[in-house]
Design a protein around this ligand. Structure first.
Ligand SMILES: [Zn+2]
Length: 267
């Protein structure tokens, strides 16, 4: 008998004591859907690190869908719904199901984003849903089929004046990570930062923004290791990337009024 696998659904709400904006209006938290699970990564820990770290930085209410399967195959049941992204302001993809290769399944996932639902794509999400089509890469903003061995590497900013990375040091060093090889940056994408691979002997874009149809996308291939995800610059750029994708980030990289962290969630 085949055990039935059920995705766990968790609703994490921010504290009730929300701040009030200068206009007196109650700020509305961003309704964020985090989809996670699949091969090769510590997703049970990462969903906590990512959601709690971002909540210390911006006003967000999380719904977390964690598919418990740990292989490269698995159709997350949520995606079977026609309008699976309804009710959310943004979807954060941190999943790893490379061997779900049907074009129709890929299309089911992409449709809401193409129609305007903002997205964040993290690490193995770039290697998911390898249908015989470039559409997934077009959505992500970069084409990548492989990664190198695991090593610490130097990073540098590619567009230091962009609000998502404004104020970050121009160069810095990661801890041990898994750098993805980037074969193509799509014309709709703008690189924000890159890491140098001593294996490919070039800078591999690893933080960027993209536009897919009507939707904005923030992407990073960082995040193999939990220690990377725990780093302040990872969480800072991810939180800002979410705000940017939703049109809630100002030109200086600060949240628009009402979208900063709820008082009780500040570090
Ligand atoms: Zn990885």
């Amino acid at each position: 008998m085949i055990a039935r696998l059920l995705a766990t659904l968790t609703l994490v709400t921010t504290p009730l004591a929300l701040s009030v904006t200068a206009t007196g209006a109650e700020p509305k938290p961003l309704r964020a859907l985090l989809i996670t699970g699949g091969c090769c990564h510590d997703y049970p820990a990462q969903k906590e690190v990512l959601s709690s770290g971002v909540s210390k930085r911006i006003n967000v209410q999380w719904t977390i869908v964690h598919d418990p399967r740990t292989g490269t195959t698995g159709k997350i049941p949520l995606y079977e719904k026609a309008n699976w992204a309804d009710g959310y302001d943004i979807v954060v993809h941190n999943e790893c199901f490379a061997d779900e290769k049907e074009v129709s399944w890929q299309e089911q996932i992409l449709k809401p984003h193409r129609e305007g639902v903002p997205a964040v794509v993290v690490h193995c999400s770039m290697h998911c849903y390898r249908a015989p089509s470039d559409e997934w890469f077009k959505f992500c903003g970069v084409t990548s089929h492989r990664h190198g061995s695991h090593f610490a590497y130097p990073m540098k900013l590619q567009k230091a004046d962009h609000p998502i990375v404004k104020g970050l040091p121009p160069t810095w060093q990661t801890e041990k990570e898994e750098l993805y090889h980037i074969e193509k940056v799509w014309p709709t994408a703008t690189p924000l930062a890159s890491g140098y691979s001593h294996e490919t002997k070039k800078d591999e874009v690893n933080v960027w923004i993209n536009t897919y149809g009507q939707g904005r996308v923030f992407g990073t291939t960082l995040g193999h290791y939990n220690h990377t995800m725990e780093s302040p610059w990872f969480l800072d750029t991810l939180a800002r990337g979410m705000l940017w994708a939703c049109g809630k980030l100002d030109d200086d990289g600060k949240p628009l009024p009402g979208y900063g962290p709820a008082p009780a969630a500040k570090p």
